[in-house]
Design a protein around this ligand. Structure first.
Ligand code: NAD
Ligand code: 0WE
Length: 256
């Protein structure tokens, strides 16, 4: 019996085979979960579909989280096919490139709103549709965050504010949905070379820094993150909700 045998999971945030969401999907699949995948736009469909079909997934559904109609129709389809859902993996973030460089004080209203909408509000929007079909099934919602929510990381800028909001969302949602038996947690991952890390100036230096300064003297992998996501998705973590769990080789505990 797998750790999540027979559980139904929706995976948001696979862009390619390097995505953290893809590592999580594979870990859940190996432990017996049935998976549905979403993608944002046709370009990404061509990346996601072959990956999803390769592990026998039938449900591959468009969902741009800025569009309520996409979210509504996604949950209608998933509920029609499965009659409920047990696990929701939220592995989505976006800010405009211009906002991830230069001075934070120059953050535009539009750039702020977009980063907040996609990276933070979307967790509420998805939870709102998920909880009625998750209730009473010991559901688990897992999202992805980063240390830049707590401490200033050069150039992370508006994403740091969005991640702070996301982590507060985790606490408020966990308090709200606990009565339905639904747990809500976040993983705070160390830097990992994915599509979202492409073109970030100084990313290589960040990886070197973690490798020399972290307790484990290494960087984390998407597979490290996926094992913790599996734990948070499974009944092994039945007493845990509203938490931010670090998968960062211990980096966050170091003062100097
Ligand atoms: P990724 O680029 O593979 O994944 C980001 C995903 O967000 C993509 O699949 C993209 O399609 C999706 N997305 C963007 N806008 C969307 C929208 N409007 N609607 C639906 N989906 C949308 O990169 P990743 O590193 O795997 O990022 C996944 C999560 O992990 C993000 O929340 C990110 O902040 C977080 N994270 C990443 C790192 C890292 O160093 N890579 C570290 C800590 C946390
Ligand atoms: O959360 C993230 C990535 C967030 C992200 C990245 C991009 C790049 C391409 C959001 N939106 C975009 N938009 C784009 O157009 N991480 C934790 C990885 C990351 O991103 C950084 C980091 C780290 C670490 C940006 C600046 C500084 C450090």
């Amino acid at each position: 019996m797998g750790l999540v045998e027979g559980k139904k999971a929706i995976i948001f945030g696979v862009a390619n085979e390097k995505s953290i969401a893809w590592a999580i999907a594979q870990a859940l699949h190996k432990e017996g979960a049935k998976l549905a995948f979403t993608y944002a736009g046709e370009v990404l469909e061509s990346r996601v579909r072959p990956l999803a079909e390769g592990i026998g997934s039938q449900l591959i559904i468009p969902c741009d989280v800025t569009r309520d109609e996409d979210i509504d129709s996604l949950f209608d389809k998933v509920n029609g096919a499965w009659g409920g859902v047990d696990i929701l993996i939220h592995s989505i973030a976006f800010a405009k490139k211009e906002e991830l460089k230069g001075r934070f004080v120059d953050t535009s209203r539009e750039g702020f709103n977009l980063a907040m909408d996609i990276s933070a509000y979307s967790l509420i929007a998805l939870a709102k549709r998920a909880y009625p079909i998750m209730a009473g099934r010991k559901g688990s919602i897992v999202t992805m965050t980063y240390y830049g929510s707590e401490k200033v990381i050069p150039n992370y800028n508006v994403m740091g504010v969005a991640k702070a909001a996301l982590e507060a969302n985790v606490r408020y949602l966990s308090s709200d949905l606990g009565q339905d038996g639904i747990r809500v947690n976040a993983i705070s991952a160390g830097p990992i070379r994915t599509l979202s890390a492409m073109g970030i100036s100084g990313f290589r230096e960040m990886l070197n820094h973690v490798e020399t300064k972290s307790p484990l003297k290494r960087n984390v992998t998407a597979e490290d993150v996926a094992r913790t996501a599996l734990y948070l998705s499974s009944d092994l973590s039945s007493g845990i909700t509203g938490e931010i769990i670090y998968v960062d080789a211990g980096y966050n505990i170091i003062g100097m």
